[in-house]
Design a protein around this ligand. Structure first.
Ligand code: GTP
Ligand code: MG
Length: 364
C-alpha cells in the first residue's frame, strides 16, 4: 500500500534548497607522460588506541543502513504530494489518476522514456480491468519500475584482481572524495584491505580531505605534493598496494568538465599508465554523479563515457534532491551499471544499488 496515504495528515517540512551546481572545473595543466619518480608520502593508518577524529566535512547525517525511504524523502514527496488527494476517496483507478501520476513521474526526473513505459503499461492493465484498486496500482507500479531499473543493478565485484583498482572521476563537487571515504568503509566492513591514492593534486585541501578519510577508516593514503602528476601518484599507490598485498586501491582525481580537453587527456593518461602495471587496470572507472543536477548530469556522464570509457556510476546526494527519479533516466538512456547510491554525508551513507529496494523506498 502507498505509505503516503497513511502519512497524508502529517505536516511536511519545507524543502531545503538544492545543492548549487559546481561552477568551474579545475584548470591544472596536463602533466608530462613519463612515469613518476618522486617519492610518495604514505600516511599509514593509526593504531587502534588513537582517538578517531571526525572528517571536516562529515556532517551529522550518518543514517546507518536502515531507512532508505527516509533518505529519499524529498523524491518520495514529489511522487506523493497530490497523489494522496487523488487516491483518497477514490474507489477506482481511472485515466485522470494516471495523468496525475505521469506529471509526478516527470517532475521527479524519471524522464520521458521511462515515464511512457510506466504509463503505457498501467493503461494496459487498466483497460484489461486489472487495476481495480490502489493496492493493485501499487503492486503494478513497483513491478514496472523495478523492471526498468533492474539492468543497472550490477554490484561491483572486486575479487577478480588484486589489487583491484578503482579510478574515481567526475565534475567538481559531485561527491568523489566523500564517496571514496564511504567506499573505504564499505570495503573494510567486507574484510578487504584498502589503500587510497590522492590523485587530486590540484588543491592541498583535497589531499588533506582524503587523508582525513584515510585516518577515519584506518587505511593508508598515498600522496605527493600539490601540483604533482596525478598519474604518478596513482601509479605509486598501486605499486605500494601490490607490495603490501592490499586488496583494493581507490584513486581520487580532481573535478573536471568533459569540455576541458587537457584534463580529460589527463584521465586518459592515468588509465594508460595504470595499464603498464596491469593491462586490466583500472578495473573500474567509476563516475560520481550528483543526482541534483538532473538531466544535465546525464549529458556530462555520457561525455565522460565517450571520452575515457566508464564502467560504473555512483549517484550521490539522493537525499538532497526531489529528483531521485534520475535513476530511471540513467537506466533508459545511459545503461551503465549503478554501483552505489549516496544518501547523505556520513560514512554509512553510501550503499550498493538495489533496484527493488530503491523502488520500494520511493513508493513506501
Ligand atoms: N547530502 C549529501 N551530501 C553529499 C553526498 N555526497 C557528498 N556530499 C557532500 O558534497 C560536498 C562535496 O563533496 P566532495 O566529496 O568534496 O566532492 P568532490 O567531487 O570530491 O569535489 P571536488 O574534489 O572539489 O571536485 C561535501 O560537502 C560532501 O559532504 C551525499 O550523498 N549526500
Ligand atoms: Mg574531491
Amino acid at each position: 500500500m502507498f505509505g503516503f496515504l497513511k502519512r497524508k495528515q502529517k505536516k511536511t517540512t519545507p524543502e531545503a534548497p538544492e545543492q548549487a551546481p559546481a561552477e568551474q572545473a579545475a584548470t591544472q595543466s596536463a602533466a608530462a607522460e613519463a612515469v613518476p619518480a618522486e617519492a610518495p608520502v604514505v600516511s599509514e593508518p593509526r593504531t587502534s588506541t588513537e582517538q578517531e577524529p571526525a572528517p571536516a566535512d562529515s556532517g551529522q547525517s550518518d543514517s546507518g543502513q536502515s531507512d532508505l525511504s527516509q533518505s529519499l524523502e524529498k523524491t518520495r514527496r514529489t511522487f506523493a504530494d497530490g497523489m494522496a488527494d487523488f487516491l483518497l476517496g477514490r474507489k477506482k483507478i481511472d485515466q485522470e489518476l494516471l495523468d496525475e501520476l505521469e506529471t509526478r513521474l516527470l517532475s521527479a526526473d524519471v524522464g520521458m522514456d521511462a515515464t511512457t513505459t510506466i504509463i503505457d503499461e498501467l493503461q494496459n492493465s487498466l483497460s484489461r480491468k486489472a487495476l481495480n484498486d490502489v493496492e493493485a496500482l501499487h503492486l503494478k507500479l513497483t513491478e514496472i519500475m523495478t523492471r526498468i531499473l533492474q539492468p543497472c543493478e550490477q554490484p561491483l565485484d572486486t575479487s577478480r584482481a588484486k589489487p583491484f583498482v578503482i579510478l574515481v572521476v567526475g565534475i567538481n563537487g559531485a561527491g568523489k572524495t566523500t564517496s571514496i571515504g564511504k567506499l573505504a568503509h564499505h570495503f573494510k566492513q567486507q574484510g578487504k584491505s584498502v589503500l587510497l591514492a590522492a590523485g587530486d593534486t590540484f588543491r592541498a585541501a583535497a589531499v588533506e580531505q582524503l587523508q582525513t578519510w584515510g585516518q577515519r577508516n584506518d587505511v593508508p593514503v598515498v600522496a605527493q605534493g600539490t601540483g604533482a602528476d596525478p598519474a604518478s601518484v596513482i601509479f605509486d599507490a598501486v605499486h605500494s598496494a601490490s607490495s603490501k598485498n592490499i586488496d583494493i586501491v581507490i584513486a581520487d582525481t580532481a573535478g573536471r568538465l568533459h569540455t576541458q580537453d587537457n584534463l580529460m587527456d589527463e584521465l586518459a593518461k592515468i588509465k594508460r599508465v595504470l595499464g603498464k602495471i596491469d593491462p586490466e587496470a583500472p578495473h573500474e572507472t567509476l563516475i560520481v554523479m550528483d543526482a541534483g543536477f538532473g538531466q544535465n548530469a546525464l549529458h556530462q556522464v555520457q561525455q565522460f563515457h565517450d571520452s575515457i570509457g566508464l564502467t560504473g556510476l555512483a549517484v550521490t546526494k539522493l537525499d538532497g534532491t526531489a529528483k531521485g527519479g534520475i535513476l530511471f533516466s540513467i537506466a533508459t538512456s545511459l545503461k551503465l551499471p549503478v554501483r552505489f547510491i549516496g544518501v547523505g554525508e556520513g560514512i554509512n551513507d553510501l550503499r550498493p544499488f538495489r533496484a527493488r529496494e530503491f523502488v520500494e523506498a520511493l513508493l513506501d
